[in-house]
Design a protein around this ligand. Structure first.
Ligand SMILES: Nc1ncnc2c1ncn2[C@@H]1O[C@H](COP(=O)(O)OP(=O)(O)OP(=O)(O)O)[C@@H](O)[C@H]1O
Length: 611
């Protein structure tokens, strides 16, 4: 289990220089929506003009309709004002709709292409990446990015146009007063900018802490995590760690709330101070000719309209930086190149006969520690070969190379004489079936789990496969039968049942070659026999490479390869290898003979396993 320090430095804190921002790459995601973007600019421009006209109406009411007691004019102006308000509101809704549509579509594209890309990556990526972090980037980061992007670009267009329309109207009404207002605006803006920066920092720190908190939760409250903590009696320590994290979130959120208060206080002071200054300057006739009362009132409205947009434009950098950092984190995944990919001229394996050969294969996971060296073995079509050897000798690695989860550094793995690197991954996946020790089932019905191997399988085919794998009766006895929902990772099924479901799934898939890692966990003899029978059906007539832990499998194998220190040290049948009196004979004596002797008064145990 990972120990997390509540204040661990996070990569999100690293600052990216703006020149290094991949603007083109980010822009690429918006390109398909350029028509909608243009539409949003148009709608926003209309909204800005409508908004700028409202103070003009106020000016007309104050300067014309009210002093001259012209109720006809008053009605006209009031109606026009109302129309402008309603029109502005409707344009606002339309603008929000289009900006959200663009933002959500971009994020949807990003999410889906990232998902597609992640599935193209090789297993080495998954072994070095924490699942929690992957999930958090796929969901939280994309979600945060969506809100930053939608808010930022939507409001930036809006603010730019509002500011432009308002300033033009101000100049049209009174150039001196307009210049005065604009010169003094930055004075009002600066404190807001400081508050904006502080809010951003605290919000970012809060998100990071919440990220740590959820990673801790998902690790410690998962079924396996909770079990581990229980059996080691570490509840108190875990609660303490969690409490530390939770406290830091509390402090940060308190700070955020207070900064918010300061922010609103400064805004209300500034927005009240602005109009006061306008009345002062206008009333004292500090510039040129005295403005009309209507102009002064209109200017106070203009100022309040200007303040918000200018303040958020001033904070634009902070928001842009936030979204750039998030884009950067996602692009890190996009930059991961799949180590295993189809060659441009890769061929399909049509009607494979199932000849598997490893020739002089050497391999290491990390270039430093050699795992396999000069290993050669062959499985003729229809043969079952068994791999045995001490733990860590490289048996699973051999099987991973045959499934092309990794490529060997030297030598070659061939099926029907074709190097795996020349085959398409899809045709290889169709040819090979892998049954691992741990059966993974999706949280779905039994039928759906079985159909994962063959989506178009008919109900009859499902039943036939389940019967062959000796699991049909058990399924049929369940109240919901094949529609029974399997618990997360199939926890509602026993170990033996899960193994037989995995075998049924493989029978449905009907691959030419089966790679089987026999389960080491011993089942009771009845279910063991059921699993063995199911396996016999699965392996019949197919080429199979079995990482064998059971004596019965080893004895039945056409050939046994004894693997030690990453290479084949002995090969032959059970009897031949026993006669050789080498490593195999030693292993056999250590692991099996005792068990066979112990069980000599019973049948030859099917469940003898090498742990
Ligand atoms: N993804 C990986 N990255 C780095 N090293 C690995 C990886 N998987 C396995 N190894 C190392 O490769 C060596 C061989 O492992 P492998 O799983 O092939 O052995 P094995 O013979 O199947 O062992 P066992 O019988 O215990 O399952 C081990 O030392 C293991 O630590």
């Amino acid at each position: 289990m990972r120990f997390m320090t509540p204040f661990a430095a996070d990569e999100r804190s690293k600052r990216v220089p703006l020149s290094a921002v991949p603007w083109k790459r980010i822009g690429g995601y918006f390109k398909p929506y350029r028509l909608l973007l243009a539409l949003v600019v148009l709608v926003t421009a209309c909204g800005a003009v409508v908004g700028a006209l409202q103070p003009v109406m106020i000016r007309l009411i104050v300067d014309r309709a009210l002093p001259q007691h012209r109720t006809d004019l008053l009605d006209q102006y009031v109606l026009m004002m109302l129309a402008l308000v309603v029109g502005g509101g409707l344009l606002g809704v339309l603008q929000t709709y289009i900006t959200s549509l663009i933002g959500q579509s971009v994020m949807n594209d990003l999410r889906v292409s990232l998902y597609r890309h992640l599935h193209r990556l090789s297993m080495s990526f998954y072994s070095k990446t924490k699942t929690g972090e992957l999930l958090s980037r796929m969901t939280n980061d994309v979600q945060q990015l969506q809100s930053v992007v939608t808010d930022t670009y939507g409001s930036t267009i809006n603010n730019l146009l509002t500011v432009t329309a308002t300033i033009i109207t101000m100049y049209a009404l009174n150039a001196e007063l307009a210049t005065f207002s604009i010169i003094f605006l930055p004075l009002f803006i600066l404190p807001t900018r400081q508050v904006g920066k502080a809010t951003f920092r605290v919000r970012k720190a809060t998100q990071e802490r919440i990220g740590d908190l959820s990673a801790h939760l998902s690790e410690t409250l998962s079924q396996s995590g909770a079990l581990l903590i229980k059996v080691f009696g570490r509840q108190a320590e875990q609660t303490e760690t969690f409490s530390g994290m939770s406290q830091s979130v509390k402090h940060l959120q308190m700070r955020q709330a207070l900064i918010g208060r300061w922010f609103f206080m400064s805004i209300s002071i500034i927005t009240s101070a602005g109009p006061a200054l306008i009345y002062f300057v206008g009333g004292h006739t500090l510039f040129g000719r005295p403005p009309s009362i209507g102009t002064l009132v209109a200017f106070t409205v203009f100022l309040t309209r200007l303040f918000g947009p200018i303040a958020s434009l001033a904070n634009l950098g902070v928001n842009v930086y936030g979204s750039v950092a998030l884009f950067g984190r996602l692009f890190e995944y996009f930059d991961e190149q799949p180590e295993i990919a189809d060659k441009p001229n890769a061929v399909q394996l049509e009607q494979p006969i199932g000849h598997v050969e490893l020739t002089d294969v050497s391999f290491s996971y990390d270039q430093n520690r050699p795992i396999l060296s000069h290993l050669s073995l062959v499985a003729e079509p229809g043969e079952m070969i068994a791999l045995v050897g001490p733990s860590g000798a490289g048996k699973t690695t051999v099987s991973s190379l045959v499934a092309r989860l990794y490529d060997p550094q030297t030598g070659a793995v061939r099926i029907d004489g074709v190097d795996l690197r020349d085959l398409t991954l899809l045709s290889l996946a169709k040819t090979i079936g892998v049954v691992t020790q741990e059966t993974y089932l999706f949280h779905a019905t039994l039928a759906e789990n079985l159909r994962f191997a063959k989506p178009d399988a008919t109900d009859e085919e499902l039943v036939r496969a389940a019967q062959a794998a000796a699991i049909h009766e058990m399924i049929a006895d369940l109240p919901d039968g094949y529609d029974t929902l399997v618990g997360e990772r199939g926890h509602k099924l026993s170990g033996g049942e899960k193994q037989r479901i995995a075998i049924a799934r493989m029978i449905l898939k009907d691959p030419r070659i089966v790679l089987l890692d026999e389960a080491t966990s011993a089942l009771d003899s009845a279910s063991e026999r059921a699993v063995q029978d199911a396996l016999a059906v699965l392996l019949k007539g197919r080429t199979s490479i079995v990482i064998a832990h059971r004596l019965s499998t080893i004895v039945d194998a056409d050939r046994i390869y004894v693997i030690a220190r990453g290479t084949v040290v002995e090969e032959g049948t059970h009897e031949a290898l026993l006669r050789k009196e080498g490593l195999y004979a030693n292993l056999y004596r250590e692991q099996f003979e005792r068990a066979v002797l112990d069980a000599s008064d019973r049948d030859l145990p099917a469940s003898v396993t090498i742990a």
